[in-house]
Design a protein around this ligand. Structure first.
Ligand SMILES: [Cu+2]
Length: 148
């Protein structure tokens, strides 16, 4: 049986969506991303945060140096830290992940900040996030709104 190309493409897309943990891309076959999610927003929200676990299964250090998304105009790597009891977010230029190590992007710590959202995000909405790694590797993955 031969399936029409559009149906085949849908199956492939579904396979990408539902295979977890997944490795994305040829150039970054040593990076595995799990538990990605984006915090749903209210109707007037201008920003929100993306969380995930990034594992480096390679022999060399991997460094996350930036990100972009179809859901926001500005995307930054942020770190939340506490100063005198007040939580502050700061942009981070580089997030290194040691060989064999993981970076946990989770509430209260590192996150991918989406600024100037294109639209509010409800639970179940799916956006696309691209991670840029030092050395030229990009990884694009679908991210669903709501805690996994
Ligand atoms: Cu932030």
């Amino acid at each position: 049986m031969r399936l029409p190309a559009t149906i085949t493409a849908l199956f492939l897309f579904a396979a990408v969506l539902f295979s977890a943990p997944a490795t994305y891309g040829d150039t970054q076959d040593t990076i595995t991303i799990t538990d990605a999610w984006v915090r749903p927003t209210g109707q007037r929200a201008m920003s929100t945060a993306v969380y995930m676990t990034i594992a480096n299964t390679g022999n060399a250090e991997a460094v996350l140096i930036g990100a972009s998304s179809n859901a926001a105009e500005i995307v930054q790597i942020h770190k939340t830290s506490e100063e005198n009891g007040i939580a502050r977010m700061q942009p981070v230029e580089r997030l290194p992940i040691a060989p064999g190590g993981t970076a946990s992007l989770s509430p209260g710590g590192y996150h991918i900040m989406l600024i100037r959202l294109a639209a509010p995000l409800s639970a179940g909405d799916v956006i696309e996030v691209t991670l840029n790694f030092d050395g030229g590797g990009d990884i694009t993955l679908p991210v669903t709104a709501g805690r996994p």
